[in-house]
Design a protein around this ligand. Structure first.
Ligand SMILES: NC(=O)c1ccc[n+]([C@@H]2O[C@H](COP(=O)([O-])OP(=O)(O)OC[C@H]3O[C@@H](n4cnc5c(N)ncnc54)[C@H](O)[C@@H]3O)[C@@H](O)[C@H]2O)c1
Length: 255
């Protein structure tokens, strides 16, 4: 028996990178996982890999793929419906999807307005949108939500950081609104994580410089984040809500 046996978890942005690592780890501990993403081919491949993994089958976990655009309320509602029909319940949600690897690099003051609105609708509002669609399915028996923030919320990083600061505040506000339904809402704020998306968006020289300034002198990996995500979703964290956990090699230290 795993910590998530007979539980259903929706992970958005799980077609690659950190979301795929969360999905695999949850299934490895017995969860029925919905790999939810706009990237159909990569998402299906992740679900197939999870179903083929020996530890998943041993613990009873499984995965399905569901296409979603987290910025679109109808698409989020369809995701919640598909999940509930397939598994009969939704216990946990990880709001991980974001425009990241292929994001435009521009300043807040000059970024084209349409791009900015689209970006915020995915990277900030997406978490609220999917939560609004999923929470009615959690209301009866309670549940937990993890939002994917970033240390970018606390250091200058333009509209990307602004969206993550919004995710932090959303986490605190929703923790208050949903606590009465025994639904916990927390966030993970990773530092620089070695994913394909980071390689695309951040030049190697900037990453090297960032790593030099970290107390723990290496980039993080998706595996470094998995333990915190599973803890926050699990019953072990049953009195933890509204918190933002930095998993960042010591990048953010308040003195
Ligand atoms: N990699 C890092 O260094 C790092 C650090 C801190 C936080 N984060 C955050 O972690 C999360 C995952 O990062 P990653 O490196 O794995 O990035 P990634 O770009 O590899 O993964 C993002 C996923 O989200 C999906 N997605 C994008 N827009 C979507 C939409 N509208 N609807 C549904 N799915 C959508 C993409 O298809 C992709 O599969 C993101 O929220 C990112 O901001 C990453």
């Amino acid at each position: 028996m795993g910590r998530f046996t007979d539980r259903t978890v929706v992970v958005t942005g799980a077609a690659q990178g950190i979301g795929a690592a969360y999905a695999a780890a949850l299934a490895g501990e017995g969860a029925n996982v919905v790999v939810a993403d706009r990237n159909i081919d990569a998402g299906k491949a992740v679900a197939d890999e999870i179903n083929a993994a020996a530890d998943t089958t041993a613990n009873g976990g499984s995965a399905i793929f569901a296409e979603v655009d987290v910025a679109d309320p109808d698409s989020a509602a369809a995701l919640a419906e598909t999940t509930a029909q397939r598994f009969g319940r939704i216990d946990h949600l990880v709001n991980n999807a974001a425009i990241y690897g292929d994001m435009k690099l521009d300043l807040l003051i000059t970024v084209p307005w349409d791009y900015y609105k689209k970006f915020m609708s995915v990277n900030m509002d997406g978490a609220l949108n999917v939560t609004r669609a999923v929470y009615p399915h959690m209301k009866k028996s309670g549940g937990s939500i993890v939002n994917q923030s970033s240390t970018a919320a606390w250091v200058y990083s333009g509209f990307y950081g602004l969206a993550k600061a919004g995710v932090n505040s959303l986490t605190q506000q929703l923790a208050v609104e949903l606590g009465g339904n025994n639904i916990r809402v927390n966030a993970i704020a990773p530092g620089p994580i070695d994913t394909d998306a980071t390689k695309t968006v951040t030049p190697g020289s900037i990453v090297e410089d960032m790593v030099k300034r970290l107390p723990l002198k290496r980039m993080g990996t998706p595996a470094d984040l998995v333990g915190a995500c599973l803890y926050l979703l699990s019953d072990e964290a049953s009195w933890v809500t509204g918190q933002i956990f930095n998993i960042d090699g010591g990048q953010i230290i308040r003195s």
